[in-house]
Design a protein around this ligand. Structure first.
Ligand code: ACO
Length: 381
């Protein structure tokens, strides 16, 4: 008989499979991608190098990186058909709906969509990696009524992403912070969206279907949608550009005390696995601080520290990656609703690596449930 102890609600604490892609260690607050600490990768590697590391298991040699970069640059353009599908979507739908739809269309358009060899899946992964920045940039610009900017093959992934979104090659400081965020968001073992992708792949469905499902899972505010929700909190408090850091911090503390008194869940805090702090936060916090200095927006630091200090003092709950990422993207000029699509572009690497790993040693994912509905009964007519 199933006891209450046998039921692992939310699969909390359940080890569902092995993975060689990343190791999350909550005791040491560390995160390794294929053995490398994520902080070292963020400091020393391009996002393209990290993508290849996640897919292949090794950091690339120069020739392999060059070959991939050329492939990526050649696959950035969206087809006229995909642009027409995006254009047909309302400009007030959520950008995550656009990402989900775009990946579905890219799957339908890919002649190798039904091929399931590891080689075919790696190529599909690289194409999705290349196309996502164009989807995200296209959508933000069409919403703003701005002219669409085609990709530039002479720019690397991050420079081109920001160029297509804002029409300018970013300053090196901005590019660096953006690249750090992409690397930190790239992979995090069996989180909700990655497990969704693996579950879909486990039925031997195709890679694009798995990624479409993962995007749906990421959209929720308990997962990727939290980076957007963090900014909504900042907006609710009110961002006052003329406010001093100290005044902003005081106001943020009061806001948090009030929110906690009302038993509100504040997005950007807490984590299912890390209970003493998310390993990615210090690196992302440094990137945020750099952006605050670069844009001269010290009041944002006050709001950021005020909320975090008050939450820590009241409940001992630490920020997760979404907390510093949200305001960083805001300072760069992204619309709040575009934040989670940026997470999609980054996590495309981890998701696709997991789909390939799942398929390399597949077992259909199908847990049991304990029935607690009505006893057997019969139709009376
Ligand atoms: N704000 C206020 N209280 C919180 C928060 C929060 N953000 N997170 C946890 N708590 C409290 C809960 O209210 C609960 O308190 P209680 O025991 O008094 O009822 C306790 O801490 C445990 O919380 P759970 O939700 O049960 O913890 P769980 O491990 O299931 O949840 C989760 C983790 C879903 C991330 C949770 O912390 C949360 O909802 N956070 C906000 C959403 C968020 O930021 N998500 C991003 C995750 S990271 C990422 O996707 C990159």
């Amino acid at each position: 008989m199933t006891t209450q102890d046998d039921i692992k609600k939310g699969l909390a604490g359940v080890v569902a499979d092995t993975t060689a892609i990343s190791k999350v260690n909550p005791d040491s607050n560390s995160l390794l991608y294929r053995g490398y600490p994520v902080q070292e990768l963020a400091a020393n590697c391009s996002f393209e190098e990290v993508a290849l590391l996640l897919w292949t298991g090794e950091l690339p040699e120069a020739a392999d990186l060059k070959e991939f970069s050329e492939f990526e640059a050649a696959h950035r353009e969206l087809s006229p058909e995909l642009k027409a599908v995006i254009d047909a979507l309302p400009t007030d739908c959520h950008p995550m709906d656009v990402c989900r739809t775009a990946v579905s269309v890219l799957g339908a358009q890919d002649p190798a969509s039904e091929e399931d060899s590891q080689e075919a899946n790696l190529t599909k992964s690289k194409k999705l990696f290349a196309a996502m920045p164009a989807v995200v940039a296209y959508d933000q610009r069409r919403r703003r009524g701005e002219e669409i900017i085609p990709p530039r093959a002479d720019l690397d992934y991050c420079d081109n992403f920001l160029y297509m979104t804002f029409g300018e090659v970013p300053a090196p400081e901005v590019k660096k912070a953006f690249q750090v965020s992409m690397v930190l968001y790239a992979e995090h073992s069996f989180n909700c969206s990655t497990f969704t992708a693996r579950t879909i792949a486990s039925s031997l469905s195709d890679l694009h279907s798995a990624i479409t499902g993962a995007i749906g899972a990421l959209k929720g505010p308990l997962h990727g949608g939290a980076n957007e929700a963090v900014m909504e909190t900042f907006d609710e408090m009110g961002i006052r550009k003329d406010e001093s850091e100290q005044e902003a911090e005081k106001r943020a503390k009061e806001w948090m005390d009030d929110a906690l008194a009302q038993k509100k869940k504040v997005m950007g805090f807490g984590h299912r696995v890390y209970k003493n702090g998310d390993s990615r936060v210090p690196t992302m916090q440094d990137a945020l601080t750099d952006m605050i200095k670069y844009f001269g927006r010290e009041e944002m630091l006050g709001l950021y520290n005020g909320l975090a200090k008050s939450m820590d003092e009241a409940k001992g709950i630490k920020p997760n990656l979404d907390y510093p990422a949200g305001p960083t993207y805001h300072l760069m000029g992204f619309d709040t609703q575009t934040f989670t699509p940026l997470f999609v572009a980054a996590r495309m690497t981890g998701w696709t690596a997991h789909v390939m790993e799942q398929l390399a040693d597949n077992s259909l994912i199908r847990p049991l449930s304990d029935y607690d509905g009505p006893e057997e009964r019969h139709v009376e007519k």
